[in-house]
Ligand binder design. Structure first.
Ligand code: 5GP
Ligand code: ZN
Length: 110
């Protein structure tokens, strides 16, 4: 079982900020911004593209949940990211949407 599946199964603790039938959101263990939440499907899909192909409604829910969390925290803007593949920085191969906010962000990203 992958590390995020273990968090979903509550075998590993996480600071959970939202939970629905298909989606879990929790604070990143190494936050890169004042708000750094990972929004994930409860079912294991390796990448966002796999999730889009297999469960598009859940992919859409990740975005609406991220926006709701941002609104709850009164963020005036936020950045969403799916890292896909090692060269893009993906280190956990269970699809996860990074919600980053609370500080300015440069463009292009590093
Ligand atoms: P990636 O590098 O795959 O895009 O993002 C993986 C993210 O998961 C990283 O930001 C990392 O800090 C976070 N992460 C890895 N292991 C854990 C964990 O056990 N708990 C939590 N809350 N976050 C984790
Ligand atoms: Zn998994």
């Amino acid at each position: 079982m992958c590390i995020f599946c273990k968090i979903v199964a509550k075998e590993i603790p996480a600071d959970i900020v939202f939970e629905s039938i298909g989606v879990l959101a929790f604070n990143d263990i190494t936050p890169q911004a004042p708000t750094h939440v990972l929004v994930i499907p409860k079912w294991h899909h390796e990448t966002a593209a796999d999730l889009a192909a297999m469960a598009p409604a859940t992919l859409a829910e990740l975005f609406t949940v991220a926006d709701q969390i941002a609104k709850t925290r009164d963020l005036d803007g936020y950045r969403l990211a799916f890292n896909t593949g090692e060269s893009a920085g993906q280190s956990v191969f269970h699809a996860h949407l990074h919600l980053l906010g609370g500080r300015p962000f440069a463009w292009p990203p590093g």
